[in-house]
Design a protein around this ligand. Structure first.
Ligand code: AMP
Ligand code: GLY
Length: 417
């Protein structure tokens, strides 16, 4: 099978790594990719937001499957263009991707499908904003309706700040505050059949102890020893299957990866958000534990034959990933700094620990930083404590001037807290 992956972050590196280990994959391409992905896949330049260009590339390469990684191409209709060219694609249509592209659309789908989520108002005027803020009280949760690369959500005790964020958006969702731990649960679906993956937890704040600003994600781990063993079944029944059914009944079936961001509240599980693609960095730890070869599963989802998929097999190991970010992330990050120590990790720590590249590029013989999140150091071990130890041992070998990482990824869970 020839597979083309669209994107160039650590999630796509994790996808390409798994696909490169799949005996059914005999050619693997990534567009545009990054310096790390180049070691497992052949890179091609492409404007990932240009559906016609992606479809042309897939046709030229003779791809049997295209996997679209990030949300922006999905919302821009890249899957539709590839599908129209007659090539199986893993990733929802632009219409189904509105589940991530519009918070108001997601709320409407959840209401129709009776999926538990925070009570909310969709507001377009200052009067509606004031009414909604007063209805829920502090802490205020204010979400820009559209895609905002993780920067659209403000959670604050400060009413003036909540109001200012709301008035800066054309359309805004204001909702009830949900407390309790967060879980990311991914499911692969062909629009009818839904196959859940293993749950993971990510760390959204920049600093240890969940302090500092929100980021795209600073680390993740799986499994979740503290979670109710029935959690996956419960979320399948109350969230994932009803959402997939609702979108099919609307004539816009969702096929691809449905990501449920959940809060485990005292009153039960609630959906915080849906995403229409693999999450980053949770994908790094979930795929580290998946034993079933990946390409066939994604192809079954793309072809509408997921009902023929044998049950997924999982490693008993735990996995931890730690993100190394550049100086000043999540504000305007500094880029172009050389990264050292990659060869030491490969020589000393593989295969239990390895480096997945997020924002990197090659400059002559050197690999330099090229984005906010630069690397995602991933490790597996017999339990979370061991996986954590191995991940941080590899993190310590990496030298990148001014870089930052959290030191407490999976720490509480590893200690049974
Ligand atoms: P989202 O982009 O919707 O995932 O929101 C980003 C982060 O904001 C989430 O991971 C939560 O930590 C927080 N958040 C979003 N919605 C709520 C809510 N209703 N209550 C509490 N925290 C929330
Ligand atoms: N880990 C959060 C996200 O992928 O959106």
């Amino acid at each position: 099978m020839k597979v083309l992956v669209i994107g160039g972050g650590a999630r796509e590196h994790a996808l390409c790594r798994s696909l490169s280990l799949d005996p059914d994959v005999n050619a693997l391409y990534c567009a545009p990719g990054n310096a790390g992905i180049a070691e497992v896949a052949e890179l091609r330049p492409v404007d990932a937001l240009d559906g016609a260009a992606v479809a042309r590339l897939a046709t030229e390469l003779g791809a049997d499957l295209v996997v679209v990684g990030p949300e922006a191409p999905l919302v821009a209709g890249v899957s539709d263009a590839v599908r129209a060219a007659g090539i199986p694609v893993f990733g929802p249509s632009a219409q189904a991707a509105q589940l991530e592209g519009s918070k108001a659309f997601a709320k409407d789908v959840m209401a129709a499908a009776d999926v538990p989520t925070a009570r909310s108002y969709v507001c377009t005027t200052p009067e509606e904003v004031d009414t909604a803020l007063d209805a829920f009280g502090a802490p205020y949760v204010v979400k820009d309706d559209g895609l905002a690369a993780g920067k659209g959500v403000v959670v604050t005790e400060d009413r003036a700040a909540a109001r200012a964020h709301a008035l800066g958006c054309d359309r805004v969702v204001i909702e009830e505050y949900l407390d309790g731990p967060e879980v990311s649960l991914f499911a692969i679906t062909d629009g009818v059949t839904v196959v859940p993956l293993q749950p993971a937890q990510d760390f959204k704040r920049a600093l240890d102890g969940d302090e500092g600003p929100n980021t795209g994600g600073m680390g993740a781990y799986s499994p979740l020893p503290w979670a109710d063993p029935k959690l996956v079944d419960e979320v399948m029944e109350s969230v994932l299957q009803p959402t997939v059914d609702e979108l099919r009944h609307r004539g816009t079936p969702f096929s691809g990866l449905l990501y449920a961001g959940l809060a485990i509240t005292s009153r039960g599980v609630r959906v915080i958000e849906f995403n229409a693609r693999f999450g980053d960095p949770e994908t790094q730890v979930v795929l580290a534990r998946l034993r079933t070869p990946l390409a066939g599963v994604l192809l079954n989802a793309a072809n509408g034959t997921l009902d023929t998929q044998p049950p997924l097999r999982w490693s008993a190991d735990a996995a931890v990933t730690v993100v190394i970010a550049s100086h000043n992330y999540p504000e305007t990050p500094r880029t172009g700094d050389p990264i050292e120590g990659l060869a030491e990790v490969a020589a000393e720590d593989a295969p239990d620990a390895y480096v997945l590249h997020a924002g990197t590029r090659r400059e002559g013989a050197a690999v330099v930083s090229a984005g906010g999140r630069v690397l995602s150091v991933t490790a597996t071990g017999s339990d979370l404590a061991q996986a954590r130890e191995k991940a941080y041992k590899s993190v310590a070998r990496i030298r990148l001037d001014g870089s930052q990482h959290r030191t407490d990824i999976a720490a509480k869970a590893a200690e049974g807290r």
